[in-house]
Design a protein around this ligand. Structure first.
Ligand SMILES: NC(=O)c1ccc[n+]([C@@H]2O[C@H](COP(=O)([O-])OP(=O)(O)OC[C@H]3O[C@@H](n4cnc5c(N)ncnc54)[C@H](O)[C@@H]3O)[C@@H](O)[C@H]2O)c1
Length: 365
């Protein structure tokens, strides 16, 4: 029996609880020994409630004293890059909340720090890890369902004006983007993971009904390298909330309907009439044992990678495509031009920030 790896949490607000649950469900392999937040009262309460031994209000001090093997980052988005690098430099692997970082420029800094230290940082994208998603990925990669042709991806959620009262939300500087960067990011990453390399994006964004700097609606059309085409809607203005995805392959349509976390029952497989009773179709729609799309499974696989000393899924090149896609979506929306993969290079304002040069002329609503 090996000793569990020591881990710590930075940022003890809303999402930190999902990381505690994930650590608990992997308690034979990792144990939370400390947590840090700039809010002393919050971190003490969090540690007490979750039976974490030591609270801190200073990050450097926690890293120095605890020397953790794994750091969970659950702070507001604009802090992620610097905290990731600090944790990597301190000798830890990192599991960081989405959005991983502000820009392609920050992605470069993270990859450089990984190379320098030999440690890895994985971005939380828990949708990739549910059994339904893993099963579909296998069917796509083996060619069983035929070529991906069409996809529709709707993140239609609802966030009240009060949600944006939290000081870091709704601003470019601290939230780094709006509904695309903060909400639709889960489904867009999942779509890109399933359909493969993206090639071109055309997008529109606007702020239609919330009093915020960033967008509350975005729409995009994507062309993939394999020629498939997808249509994306992201909204925080949709009173009947739903996350809906529809994938059309040569041989089957696959749909996923849920809200924030999916399970096996949320998936539907449909085949051309007359083919329903084939053994092949039975195989496609028979999912493995249910694993929800939550942080637990992503942490489990991260621990597997660490044990093997291998780069974890959703790190480095495995997440860069999503960050580049987001930068390209914003560039397309703000310039009114299609953006191809590879178009945004150092020197381009959209390389350094999702809102590029920073003007708000795209805002019409
Ligand atoms: N994966 C998901 O499904 C999911 C869901 C919700 C939020 N998130 C992400 O998690 C992150 C945090 O979101 P939240 O809703 O928990 O926010 P939150 O505002 O509830 O919590 C953030 C915490 O960070 C603390 N903090 C601020 N500055 C700090 C610093 N310098 N050092 C340490 N702590 C600091 C705050 O005091 C607060 O306790 C965001 O990036 C968000 O996008 C992910």
């Amino acid at each position: 029996m090996t000793t569990p790896l020591s881990s710590v949490i930075i940022g003890t607000g809303g999402i930190a609880r999902a990381h505690v649950n994930a650590a608990r469900s992997n308690s034979d392999r990792t144990q939370l020994v400390a947590a840090m937040d700039i809010d002393a009262e919050r971190v003490s309460g969090f540690c007490e409630t979750n039976e974490i031994p030591r609270p801190y209000t200073d990050l450097a001090e926690m890293l120095e004293r605890e020397k953790p093997a794994l750091v969970h980052i659950c702070t507001p988005p604009s802090l992620h890059c610097a905290q990731i690098i600090q944790a990597l430099e301190a000798g830890a692997w990192v599991l960081c909340e989405k959005p991983l970082c502000a820009s392609l420029a920050e992605m470069d800094l993270i990859e450089e720090a990984e190379q320098r230290t030999g440690n890895y940082c994985s971005s939380v994208f828990q949708w990739r890890f549910g059994s339904g998603g893993q099963h579909l990925k296998g069917l796509i990669d083996s060619g069983a369902v035929g070529k991906p042709l069409v996809a529709n991806a709707l993140t239609t959620w609802y966030r009240t004006p009060a949600y944006y009262a939290v000081p870091w939300r709704g601003k470019w500087k601290t939230e780094l983007g709006g509904v695309s960067m903060g909400h639709g990011i889960h489904m867009m990453d999942f779509l890109l993971y399933l359909y493969g390399e993206w090639a071109e994006v055309r997008a529109m964004i606007d702020t239609l009904d919330r009093d915020i700097e960033v967008e509350d609606v975005s729409m995009a059309i994507v062309r993939f390298a394999n020629s498939a085409m997808a249509n994306i809607t992201n909204s925080v203005l949709s009173p009947r909330e739903e996350s809906y995805m529809r994938f059309d392959f040569q041989k089957a349509t696959v749909e996923l309907r849920h809200l924030y976390r999916y399970h096996n029952d949320d998936w539907t497989y449909t085949i051309h009439p007359g083919m329903e009773h084939t053994a092949e179709f039975e195989g496609w729609k028979t999912l493995p044992a249910n694993v929800g799309s939550n942080h637990d499974e992503q942490l489990r696989q991260l621990l597997d990678s660490r044990e093997k000393g291998e780069r974890p899924l959703v790190s480095g090149p495995g997440v860069r495509g999503t960050i580049e896609f987001l930068a390209s979506l914003y560039k397309s929306a703000m310039t009114g031009q299609p953006v191809r993969r590879g178009d945004i290079t150092p020197g381009d304002p959209f390389y350094n920030a999702m809102n590029g040069p920073g003007d708000q002329s795209w805002q019409r609503g």
